[in-house]
Design a protein around this ligand. Structure first.
Ligand SMILES: Cn1c(SCC(=O)Nc2ccccc2)nc2c(=O)[nH]c(N)nc21
Length: 274
């Protein structure tokens, strides 16, 4: 798998650090610009062992408002340029907009992370032209409405069918099959029970031959179960990352890089001893 000339083997679980550049994530209005903060936070995550940095400018929290193209470009592109100039670590651009994918890859992003699996207008063509790996994620509905009583007749079947169909559409659009990564989309149109059924059966998703990326860090599947606010979900997040690594997920998307890297190293050691 080639990430914009930085090749990386997905042989063991890798940690993807989350870099939120949505305005509310820099709302303290302090002395430093949001770019300085982004660079400092990224430096911290890389030193802690992150092998990917996911840069996103659109909050996809349930009920979040849409962000305009220009607003998203203005937030993420300068950050990607600054990170690309300073670090060798793979940058993923977390976006659903074709223009942001193009500009993000031109600015140095080596992976496209699209929670809408390239369904927005022009996204397939943009990803094909960019010729970098792309993560296709399953979402039921749209962030505004996806958590209103989601229902599945066959949770895993629906998710796998969706991803397999998107993968075929991608290949028809000229995307190389070996550049496709699957992600079941924890928390995107799933109830608490759905999220744990999905985690329980995560191993089954390997049968299609695509690397798996998962993101459960600090999500409501922790908060609803443990009754913890977002800032008290570290133990839950590390537990879920450990389980995902044990189940063979190749990329784990997290906020708390240092703690997750330690947990993943323990899983790697265990799996070596099998
Ligand atoms: C961009 N993005 C997101 S944002 C949602 C989020 O972190 N919510 C959240 C964060 C913190 C607390 C509560 C909720 N989740 C995924 C994922 O699971 N997979 C992939 N590939 N990309 C993703």
């Amino acid at each position: 798998m080639n990430f914009n000339d930085k090749s990386l083997s997905l042989n063991g679980p890798k940690v993807m650090g989350i870099l939120n550049v949505t305005p509310d994530s820099f709302s303290d209005g302090g002395a430093f610009t949001h770019i300085d903060k982004a660079i400092a936070h990224t430096c911290e995550m890389i030193e802690a062992g992150a092998e990917f940095i996911d840069v996103g400018g659109e909050s996809t929290r349930p009920g979040a408002a849409d962000v305009t193209l220009q607003a998203e470009l203005d937030r993420v592109i300068p950050v990607i340029e600054a990170l690309n100039a300073r670090f060798d670590t793979l940058i993923s651009i977390d976006t659903s907009k074709a223009e942001v994918m193009k500009a993000g890859v031109a600015a140095g992003a080596g992976l496209i992370n699209d929670v809408r699996a390239l369904q927005e207008s022009g996204a397939l063509q943009a990803a094909a032209q960019a010729n970098v790996p792309v993560c296709l994620m399953h979402m039921r509905g749209q962030p505004r409405s996806m958590q209103h009583a989601p229902h599945y007749d066959d949770l895993m079947g629906d998710i796998e069918q969706f991803l397999l169909t998107r993968a075929d559409v991608c290949v028809q659009a000229g995307i190389q099959r070996e550049n496709i990564i699957f992600d079941p989309g924890f928390g995107f149109g799933k109830s608490l029970q759905h999220n744990y059924q999905l985690l329980a059966q995560l191993d089954d998703m390997h049968r299609h031959g695509y690397p798996l990326l998962v993101g459960m860090s600090r999500k409501s599947m922790i908060g609803q179960l443990l009754n913890r606010p977002v800032e008290e979900r570290l133990a839950g997040s590390v537990a879920l990352a450990t389980i995902a690594a044990l189940k063979g997920a190749q990329i784990i998307r997290v906020h708390d890089v240092k703690e997750t890297v330690d947990a993943v190293k323990i899983v790697s050691m265990l799996q070596k001893e099998k």
